[in-house]
Ligand binder design. Structure first.
Ligand SMILES: C[S@@+](CC[C@H](N)C(=O)[O-])C[C@H]1O[C@@H](n2cnc3c(N)ncnc32)[C@H](O)[C@@H]1O
Length: 290
């Protein structure tokens, strides 16, 4: 028996509870500190994956607690930058979910043909693979010349890579397969030149791309778009931040503008579900109707 008349298992539960509470406080203080000092707002990211990533970073930085990480992050900008990179989960690929790109070609491209000018926003574009995929698709459909593709992310390191358009040659086999499944009409290797272990995409694909840092949690709408892609970004947000970002997209889309979400995402169960009609339920393609 413990001194406070609790059984051993009760005492264990109390200790676990207070450790959880302490961890929650440390996590909140870290996020508050980052927000106040650096202006990045992770306070409304979904806790389970955020917590996992932060603990991963605690170990990677060789410190022993979230509070110790807070000290390091606030006093050492390079530690903060490494943390941002880890929290941003820059995982992507070309023609990711090929069936979506195929459906986009078949369902959305005919609508885009009727527009004099096309503005597309890739929000959370990571290292740019999705953006080059879109440029290739529009090029093949004869629409690239009248398009502007705005590619944004909060992670400046990923954006820099996206701007360079240089990718690992080892991934080209998978990307070629994705491209064909996405309805590609040419030989994929036409679009890049190989050099050592990398490939660089043809400069003409970059001509109408505009890259900029933009944080969905803190920055505003900056243009009006016919299409917005935001895939595999909001899965890391809580409901409040997700609704906020949907507000931003709703405000940024023109009437009948198209919203494309990731395979595990949906407009349903958000505050904006009534504002869109579904063009493809499986591929998560929606059209703004009000
Ligand atoms: C998993 S990647 C998705 C990349 C691409 N859209 C795709 O589906 O392949 C998530 C991206 O969202 C970005 N991101 C996360 N939070 C963000 C925010 N608040 N504002 C802008 N970008 C954010 C990350 O930096 C990362 O590059």
């Amino acid at each position: 028996m413990s001194s406070s008349n609790h059984t051993e298992s009760e005492q264990l539960l109390i200790t676990e509870d207070s450790e959880c509470e302490l961890e929650q406080i440390e996590l909140e203080l870290l996020l508050e500190g980052i927000h106040r000092f650096y202006g990045y707002d992770f306070r409304n990211y979904a806790i389970p994956s955020l917590r996992r990533r932060i603990w991963h970073h605690v170990h990677a930085e060789g410190v022993s607690s979230i509070s110790a990480l807070q000290d390091k992050v606030l006093h050492d900008r390079s530690c903060f930058e490494r943390l941002i990179y880890n929290l941003s989960i820059p995982v992507t690929e070309m023609f990711r979910d090929p069936k979506l790109f195929l459906t986009f070609r078949q369902t959305v491209v005919p609508l885009l043909r009727t527009y004099p000018y096309i503005r597309i926003w890739h929000a959370g574009c990571s290292t740019g693979e999705e953006v080059y995929s879109m440029a290739i698709l529009l090029h093949e459909e004869g629409l690239y010349e009248k398009s502007r593709i705005y590619a944004t992310d909060m992670n400046s390191r990923s954006l820099q890579q996206a701007k360079e358009g240089v990718f690992d040659i080892k991934r080209m086999k998978q990307y070629t397969k994705n491209y064909m499944e996405a309805g590609g009409t040419r030989s994929f290797s036409e679009y890049y030149t190989a050099k050592y272990n990398s490939v660089i995409f043809q400069p003409y694909l970059k001509k109408n791309m505009i890259f900029a840092e933009h944080n969905l949690a803190t920055d505003r709408s900056f243009n009006e778009f016919n299409v917005i892609f935001c895939r595999n970004v909001m899965i890391y947000f809580n409901d409040q931040l997700r609704d906020h970002v949907h507000g931003l997209f709703h405000e940024s889309l023109s009437h009948f503008g198209i919203l494309v979400l990731g395979a595990k995402e949906s407009i349903h169960f958000t505050n904006y579900s009534e504002a869109y009609e579904t063009l493809d339920r499986v591929e998560k393609i929606y059209r703004k109707i009000k």
